[in-house]
Write a protein that binds this ligand. Structure first.
Ligand SMILES: NC(=O)c1ccc[n+]([C@@H]2O[C@H](COP(=O)([O-])OP(=O)(O)OC[C@H]3O[C@@H](n4cnc5c(N)ncnc54)[C@H](O)[C@@H]3O)[C@@H](O)[C@H]2O)c1
Ligand SMILES: O=c1ccn([C@@H]2O[C@H](COP(=O)(O)OP(=O)(O)O[C@H]3O[C@H](CO)[C@H](O)[C@H](O)[C@H]3O)[C@@H](O)[C@H]2O)c(=O)[nH]1
Length: 330
């Protein structure tokens, strides 16, 4: 039986593909429209179907041809400010298309679904670390588009008898420690990506959005999870579901936060490069702190992170950014 990885040519999906291959899973099919992903992010032995998750004829054919029993659904639009500017585009890409995909999965008898959700479903949590059963209260269309998908998956699972693991990622960072894939989107806005680009001279400076938050140094606190550890969480979730495990909703984070200024300090130290840092006003919609309640995933899936080390994460991000720059020069 095969696993269908939607968005598998993207940042996190390509790491899950590697995690599966490294663990000896060979039956993997990727479905990706390459809107923000790259075919070269996948090893040549992985089957890539180029197309849209809402193309029900294509998805049906792919599932039946490869005898897919499990779906890992990463494909989405992911930029929060874009979701504010284009909410209907985000509800189409993330919610309506997920509905079409889940309908196809139900019709073709897919038994297990792993869904990429986000800490953005919590909005501006009053409780930190955030437990999974805290009331969800997303504050932007991106978070709402993902929360609606969570609800659809839960309701459809009850009605149609498939099992699921919903993974709510906190701040994903770093790259494959062996340098096989990483965050390749040129205009990504994530802090560690942007800071490594500044360290490598690819940006003139780094803006810090807000230094007047009620935190230890006034900048926002985030829980940065290394991307291969996150990929491994998907692998163990797949084994859990295939082994008959119950449906679960789980945070993916390490359970402690770093401030924006602390991250910048680490990037400067690890790279050995200084760069200009501009202290700017707050960016709308940023919670002061968001840190995962991180026990449940360890208890329920036996997930053991191996890369919980900010210096290491930053080192991988720097190495990947450097490799990307060299790739783009040739
Ligand atoms: N990066 C993060 O920090 C973060 C945090 C929380 C949640 N997530 C979630 O993780 C998932 C993966 O994010 P990522 O960072 O790897 O982003 P990404 O943009 O690198 O990957 C998304 C992939 O999906 C593909 N895709 C998009 N729409 C598609 C469609 N309609 N049909 C087929 N393929 C399509 C893209 O080409 C791309 O390869 C997303 O669902 C995102 O919401 C990401
Ligand atoms: O150039 C930058 C970029 C970011 N930041 C700050 O760094 C922190 C982290 O910002 P990111 O953009 O890297 O990530 P977010 O916390 O905004 O959002 C990320 O994590 C969320 C969950 O916490 C969602 O999953 C979302 O999809 C994902 O992009 C924020 O305080 C932000 O204001 C800066 O100061 N300067």
């Amino acid at each position: 039986m095969a696993v269908l990885v939607t968005g598998g040519a993207g940042y996190i999906g390509s790491h899950m593909v590697l995690a599966l291959l490294d663990a000896g899973h060979e039956e993997i099919v990727v479905l990706d429209d390459l809107s923000t992903g790259f075919d070269w992010a996948l090893p040549p032995e992985v089957k890539l179907v180029v197309g849209d998750i809402a193309d029900q004829a294509l998805v049906t054919e792919t599932i039946l041809q490869h005898r897919v029993d499990a779906l890992a659904h990463f494909a989405a639009k992911i930029v929060v400010p874009d979701s504010v500017a284009d909410p209907l585009g985000y509800y189409l890409a993330n919610t309506a298309k997920t509905r079409a995909l889940i309908e196809t999965a139900v019709r073709t008898g897919v038994k297990h679904v792993i869904f990429s959700s986000t800490a953005a479903v919590y909005g501006e949590p009053e409780v930190v670390p955030v437990p999974e059963d805290l009331t969800t209260a997303p504050i932007n269309p991106y978070g709402r588009s993902k929360l609606m998908s969570e609800w659809m998956i839960q309701d459809a699972a009850k009605a149609h008898g498939f099992s699921y693991v919903i993974l709510r990622y906190f701040n994903v960072a770093g790259a494959d420690p062996r340098g096989r894939t990483g965050q390749s989107t040129p205009n990504a806005t994530h802090l560690i990506k942007v800071a490594t680009q500044a360290a490598l001279g690819q940006r003139t400076h780094l803006d810090v959005y807000g230094t007047d938050y009620p935190t230890r140094d006034g900048s926002c606190l985030r829980d940065y999870i290394q991307v291969s550890d996150l990929a491994e969480a998907h692998r163990v979730a797949l084994d859990h579901l295939r082994g008959g495990g119950e449906s679960l909703t789980l945070n993916c984070g390490y359970g402690r936060g770093y401030s924006v200024l602390e991250v910048i300090e680490v990037v400067k130290r690890v790279s050995g490069r200084d760069f200009e840092v501009r202290l700017c006003p707050r960016r709308p919609g940023d919670p002061a702190q968001i840190i995962a309640g991180a026990d449940r995933i360890r208890e329920r899936l036996g997930w053991v992170p191996k890369h919980d080390d900010l210096d290491g994460i930053v080192g991988q991000a720097l190495a990947w950014e450097d490799a990307l720059a060299r790739r783009n020069r040739v």
